[in-house]
Design a protein around this ligand. Structure first.
Ligand code: C2G
Length: 449
């Protein structure tokens, strides 16, 4: 009897997985499938696993190809399993060619051709289909999203939309290798071909693009600011829920594991009652950039306000008593630097954002027993400390962070689309609406020349 073994995460089980298992089984008489634990996947840099392990095992079992299913939970286990079960052939998809040649000492190693571009025409009985996503807007962030999307399971970017020909031709040059079709005229037509959209167009266009996409029943991940008024934001979340579509504001730090850990530490009571939150986010953008030259929709606050306000709203809540702004404006009247002061009944907060002025990008949460400091750049939250009056006590945290942060928001978006994480607290509709409320105040009170 020839024994074959293969391993995988088998997340959002699809055609590629099915075909791999079918051919693995055909290599011998008895197939053992090792399904990875989330913890093992994390150690090998795979952070975005959506399905729980029981479901992934169930999906492998349902194919009928596996004679035995085992769990893979540590580095080095493959060698142990091969010996323990007397395996003759080890096999994996061709994306792994060469990586497991070291197992040749123990058994035969076969790399099976990987199924290219898993299609959306999925197998009968398969739980999920790949989510076809279109990007609206073709600027820098769209480019980054496209690159990071390679690491998100269950999602395929299949096209982009932008009526601005100049931006499209720049994008075509930079992202030529992706051969992504770009629709430049008909937004409705573009929407008809996708299940979900990522809105990365200029701020003032967000509301209408989101509204049209949700009306067409598409899931939406929208760059900040979602809208300019609280009313618009509320309307969009209501529309999403009536259409049973997912709507998420893309404030990426909110979805990072390190930031989640920081919130847990802050809420654990370790530093006592929280009395102050200070968050800063600044970048010196090129003088000729849209962010610095668009008098109406450019400027530090509209660009980065959402990033710096997010931890304040997450930690101190949606019900602030007052908010005031102070800005240093450029000759167009657009803010180069803005300080936002927020007063709560028993606490206060400051957010600072810069577009042409640079400051330390840290987050400090002050409490009655101590404070938490997340060093610059806090939004990646790769490290933070808990410090006390007694300066000899420092608790240091170094959460894991991979990629450039976008994959975590993509993963949350996918989880929500699949009905997991429906009750997710990472950035709630209410918190996103509260942030829009502050955006509204800013737009109303600022002076544009
Ligand atoms: N696969 C495939 N075609 C696809 C996608 C995946 O043939 N379009 C194959 C992979 O090559 C792998 C298996 O399906 O052999 C499972 O893929 P994943 O769930 O992505 O797991 P992976 O990260 O490849 O696990 O110990 C874990 C293994 O080393 C690899």
């Amino acid at each position: 009897m020839t024994k074959v073994i293969t391993y995988g995460t088998f997340d959002l089980f699809h055609e590629g997985h099915y075909k791999l298992l079918e051919r693995a089984k055909a290599l011998g008489d008895y197939l053992i499938v090792g399904v990875t634990t989330e913890h093992f996947d994390e150690t090998r840099g795979k952070f975005d696993v959506i399905d729980p392990i029981m479901k992934r095992i169930e999906n492998v079992k349902n194919t009928g190809f596996a004679d035995m299913i085992i769990v893979e939970d540590h580095e080095g286990q493959k060698i142990e399993d091969i010996q323990k079960y007397g395996v003759d052939i080890f096999t994996l998809g061709s994306d792994w060619v060469g990586a497991f040649d070291y197992l040749k000492t123990f058994c035969k190693v076969v790399y099976l051709e990987r199924t290219p571009n898993v299609s959306s025409t999925m197998l009968r009985g398969s739980t999920f289909k790949v989510t076809k996503l279109g990007i609206v807007g073709t600027g820098r962030i769209a480019e980054r999203f496209l690159m990071e999307s390679r690491y998100a399971s269950g999602l395929a970017v299949i096209g982009a939309y932008n009526p601005d020909q100049e931006s499209v031709s720049q994008f075509r040059k930079k992202c030529a290798e992706y051969e992504l079709p770009v629709e430049t005229e008909d937004y409705e037509l573009f929407l008809a071909g996708v299940d979900a959209v990522y809105i990365a167009s200029t701020h003032e266009t967000h509301y209408s693009y989101v509204k049209a996409a949700l009306s067409a029943g598409k899931h939406v991940l929208c760059e900040k600011p979602l809208a300019f008024t609280r009313k618009e934001s509320e309307e969009l979340y209501e529309l999403a829920s009536s259409k049973k579509a997912v709507l998420m504001e893309a404030i990426k730090a909110a979805y990072c594991p390190g930031f989640q850990q920081l919130l847990n530490v802050v809420q654990s009571g370790k530093i006592g009652e929280i009395k102050d939150v200070e968050a800063c986010f600044s970048r010196i953008a090129a003088a000729e950039s849209r962010e610095r030259t668009d008098a109406r929709y450019g400027g530090a606050f509209l660009e980065y306000g959402g990033n710096a306000l997010m931890p304040i709203i997450k930690i101190l809540g949606k019900n602030y008593e007052s908010v005031t702004f102070d800005s240093i404006n450029n000759e167009l009247g657009t803010d180069d630097y803005t300080k936002i002061q927020i007063r709560y009944k028993d606490a206060m907060a400051t957010a600072k954002v810069g577009m042409a002025i640079k400051s330390e990008g840290q987050l400090v949460v002050a409490g009655t027993k101590g404070y938490v400091i997340a060093q610059s750049p806090w939004w990646l939250t790769e490290k933070f400390d808990v410090r006390y009056e007694d300066e000899s006590i420092i608790e240091h945290y170094e959460p894991k962070f991979i990629g450039d942060g976008l994959r975590y928001e993509m993963s949350e978006f996918m989880a929500k689309i699949h009905g997991i994480g429906e009750k997710s607290y990472k950035l709630t509709a209410g918190e996103s609406i509260a942030i829009t409320g502050i955006v509204e105040e800013f737009v109303r009170t600022r002076r544009i020349i």
